[in-house]
Design a protein around this ligand. Structure first.
Ligand SMILES: Cc1ncc(COP(=O)(O)O)c(C=O)c1O
Length: 373
């Protein structure tokens, strides 16, 4: 064990306010309630849950999601799927295109442990997978990704999806599991009725595609969509069979205040310390951009006197403006904040300090952190 690892282990059993900062904490009770709430909400709508794991990158959280009823876990990268498969997780989806001969070989290998669905949006993907099936054996399940307005990956129409599905249908070694689209461009629409209408119009494209495939005799069991920032709306759409919302189990300021997601608790927090008080209205804490991501939403300070405001952070420091009562804060005082955007904050840390009743009860490494290939 390295000196750093043993220092982290020494934190077990400590009170959270005694931990050196900055430290990323996960409230275990809140996490478990969020997982149960998401699972229940999704089941109530008759949908299935394959939560995205790119935000937590932690098999222990994935295992809890499966225990609560998730049918599998979504990943962004093949390496994340490999790590989860090694940890015994099944029902894996890489919601991304997997490309290149070396990756085909790795995909074939991981498929021997547990089937991994990948997404495709071009005939080249089908040919690569078919060649891998010939070389390494096995069958590759795929979802056809549609661009439902995000202008990222995905075929651009139901008809293009049909052509690709027909190619999959006649290609040995590749099998169609269904279709996928992500309404990520609509998460921030401020007016909720307008957001609902726009998301429904985007998801209608998936419904039309599924119908077209059925008309041509092609089964399409899976229609996958949905993130934390759109979950309550996506769950209402009749065409969707499963949702990928994942980050909401940790819950950050972006989901809550920009995407207006309600009903989930802030399980994730960052503890910081005031390290400098250069002016009555200025404090510096030890949580700069290498500790937290603030681009999509500002962090929210909890349990702090009113009127603590984050100014532009730099790499290692975050400067705060203090007004009123907050000016009583001094060097060594600690502040707790809910990260602005959890997805890009967690990956800056090696582990979560897992807290129950204000005490560190476990330390979970972000095992897939850095697994980008
Ligand atoms: C393909 C895909 N699905 C789902 C999500 C939503 O993930 P989360 O619920 O963790 O925000 C994302 C986020 O970027 C995504 O790219």
């Amino acid at each position: 064990m390295t000196a750093w690892e043993s220092a982290v282990q020494e934190d077990l059993g400590r009170r959270v306010d005694e931990l050196d900062t900055p430290v990323l904490c996960l409230d275990l009770d809140a996490l478990e309630r969020n997982i149960a709430r998401a699972a229940q909400l999704i089941a109530q709508h008759g949908k299935q849950w394959r939560p995205h794991s790119k935000g937590h990158k932690t098999p222990r959280i994935a295992q809890r999601q499966l225990a609560a009823g998730a049918i599998g876990i979504t990943c962004a990268k093949l390496a994340e799927a490999e790590a989860l498969a090694q940890a015994g997780i099944t029902g894996l989806l890489v919601a991304n295109q997997v490309v290149g001969p070396r990756k085909m070989q790795r995909l074939a290998q991981v498929n021997r442990i547990t089937p991994v669905i990948v997404t495709i949006d071009h005939s080249d993907h089908v040919h690569m997978l078919a060649q891998a099936a010939r070389m390494f054996g096995g069958k590759f399940p795929v979802l056809i990704e549609l661009d439902i307005g995000m202008r990222r990956a995905g075929v651009s129409s139901p008809h293009a999806a049909l052509e690709l599905a027909q190619l999959v249908d006649r290609t040995p070694g590749v099998e169609l599991a269904g279709i996928m689209g992500y309404e990520g461009h609509l998460l921030e629409v401020p007016q909720l009725e307008e957001k609902r209408q726009k998301i429904f119009r985007a998801l209608d494209i998936l419904g039309e595609t599924r119908q077209l495939l059925h008309q041509h005799g092609i089964a399409c069991p899976v229609v996958s969509a949905g993130g934390s920032g759109s979950l309550p709306i996506t769950l209402q759409h009749p065409a969707v069979t499963e949702v990928q919302a994942g980050g909401l189990v940790m819950m950050d300021a972006y989901y809550r205040y920009v995407c207006q997601l309600e009903g989930f608790e802030h399980a994730l927090s960052l503890r910081t310390t005031i390290t400098s008080r250069p002016q009555p209205d200025r404090a510096v804490v030890d949580a700069g951009l290498k500790t937290q991501h603030v681009a999509y939403a500002s962090p929210v300070f909890v349990d702090a006197p009113p009127r603590v405001q984050l100014l532009e952070p730099s790499a290692e420091h975050a400067t705060l403006r203090l007004e009123g009562e907050a000016q009583n804060l001094g060097i060594g005082d600690r502040l707790t904040l809910v990260p602005g955007y959890s997805d890009l904050t967690t990956v800056l840390h090696n582990q979560f300090h897992v807290i129950r009743n204000s005490t560190v009860v476990d330390i979970w490494p972000l095992e897939s952190r850095g697994l980008l290939r």
